[in-house]
Write a protein that binds this ligand. Sequence first.
Ligand code: MOS
Length: 758
Amino acid sequence: MATSEPRVVGKSLPRMDGAGKVTGTAVYAADFALPGMLVGKVFRSTEPHARIVRLDTARARALPGVRAVMTAADVPDVRYGGALKDETVFARGRVRYVGQPVAAVAATTREAAEAALAAIEVVYAPLPAVLDLDAALAPGAPLIHEEWASYTAIPILHRDGNVCNRARIVVGDVERGFEEADRIFEHRFRTGMVHQGYTEPRAAVAAWDSSGQVTVWSNTQLPFEVQNTLAEILQMAPSKIRVVVPGIGGGFGGKLRVGVEHFAAFLARATGRPVKVITTSEEELTAAYPRQGTVVELKTGVTKDGRITAKAGRIWFDTGAFAGSGPGVASVATLVLAGPYKIPNLHLEGFAVYTNKTNCGSFRAPSGPQANFAVESQIDIIADALGLDPLELRLKNIVREGDEGPTGQVLNAVGLEECLRKAAAAIAWNDRRPARWRGKGLACGWWTTTGGSSGVYVKINPDGTVALNTGAAEIGTAALTGAAQVLAEELGVDLADINVVSADTFSTPFDFGAQGSRTAFAVGNACRAAVDDLKRRVFALAAAQLGVEPEACRLADKHVLADGKRISLADLARLSQQTGGGLIAQGTFIAPPTAYDSKRVDGHVYPAFHSPSFHAHAVDLSIDPETGDVTIHKYVVAQDVGFAMNPTYIEGQIEGGVAQGLGQALSEEIVYENGRVLNPNLTDYKMPTTLDMPRVETILVQHPSLVGPYGAKGVGEPPNIEPPAAVANAVASATALRLTSLPITAEHIALALRDAGT
Ligand code: MOS
């Protein structure tokens, strides 16, 4: 580790993937093409729940240009999935949501493929559909999966009929905690289903070679996960499946799981030609992996002076027709429900519930915004009821250095108080209602830096530049720039000397993948390990050349220096090519497990937050009382990032996370009626644009984590968590109305004001 001032880490250097993206030369999976490629399309269910009485593809097969039509009869009868294996490639005998794949076609043109879809004949016999959480949980509700008990699942899940997991945290004695309280507050919240809104649709090209090996070019965030899932689905050895990620136009959790890769692979095998499958906006908004809508119930006991004595909370995730990420997301939610607060008595439960809707998944800080919206809205309600300043109520209860998290983990590097005070000061919190119809709001939270292992190879090229070879994908966060900054710092080279080769299951080492705010953290640490390995080789070689001891050597300025002598990395790399196969090293990292009290958790897939981050958001806004329109004057994020590896890209992550969060807060929802999506297009599904975005002020707080490179913590997901709660609290402050359902649209505000007679 360098003893001098850092040269590369901590600097706002241009991101390595930037130039290609802004000049339009970067190749995304959606751009990827091969000669002779066919177009693949998916035929999808138009019924929320029905038996397939007849499925006839003969007419479609006979159309000109059509090369294959496949149904469940043409693929192995396997169920796949993450914690719970309940999915099939195509519906088998029964459809469970509008949008579920029933068949797929490959044709020479898009027009021919669409004609084939139109020519597939299907007759359904409708079954009673379960359209929301209440219906799914009602006694005697129809089962979405009658055979649920026979599915393969990880043993920790608690399943029962339409509930595909129930996760629980119990601490102390919640009933006694309520007895100690002076006031008890009970509220119910609701959040809508929202899409990740990645710019590039899901896309995959598959091609088979004569040895029976398939290569899939995909925009997945997790090439190794997709490789394994394809192995299950295709019933093949993973070593015959190569997944390559050419580039990703945003993922945000929506591209974690197999999306269209399996359709491309099956169709390519059936036709003997490369096949490309790419989704439409309508498919994205009806049949992707959006964020679950939720219902949250919170019961919180407090003393008169605002000390929280107990909290009971339940959150139900409408996870759709298959479990998807639901069992894990329901688990993570309980840690968010506890909040970044010290509460001696807790009884918290998260439920993942099947309904006849699209299969929900993961979205940037999965469960975070939904649970945080409830927790942080209620904190403001309690403060108002007790006549306390919401900032003071938070400061009275937040976790601090050395405190225990809800499951007993010991918290360190806790920058939460600093975040709260700085965010509040930045919006002049002391003047909370500067004008009529104007209000300010705060929200705070905590989040994890996801574990999992990362490996890298590092090679010194004969010109002295460096290849960083990683299994992680650059999903647009600039996290691989961050990892490369660590490598450049430790090797004594410049960032411009590093070239990244990434995300190819055949040629790059394993990585747990671009998910969970982990990439710069884990790949950065793997780079540090690789430099340790490389130093041994380089110093031995240099010592022999320079006539010094290896212990005297150090790396700086692209050279090995020792006893006033020097030799360049380029010379050493060339020397090694002649004598030792070149200079190459390996580094691996896996975050050490976080100790927690296992007696406090049950059915829990994610019992502790590793190297947690802490954050506070503050917003100053006005309402138009006629229209309900919200104008945000200022939005502030104070985030404890541990160490700001590259302040500019962290600011970019924060601005982007806030944009997505404001979408969920104010305008976005996939609206279902009778099991059908009413707004499956980007006109009626309203994401914010640059014109809607307020100025976002970023305050980077740095309490170095014990594990991250240079003290870094995960930064990508957190900024998406607090916007709904911060906005709801500011709207309440501006209008004296408390809206407990997301999104808080202008229409909802205007109607609530009218109903209140204001
Ligand atoms: Mo994230 S939701 O782990 O991409």
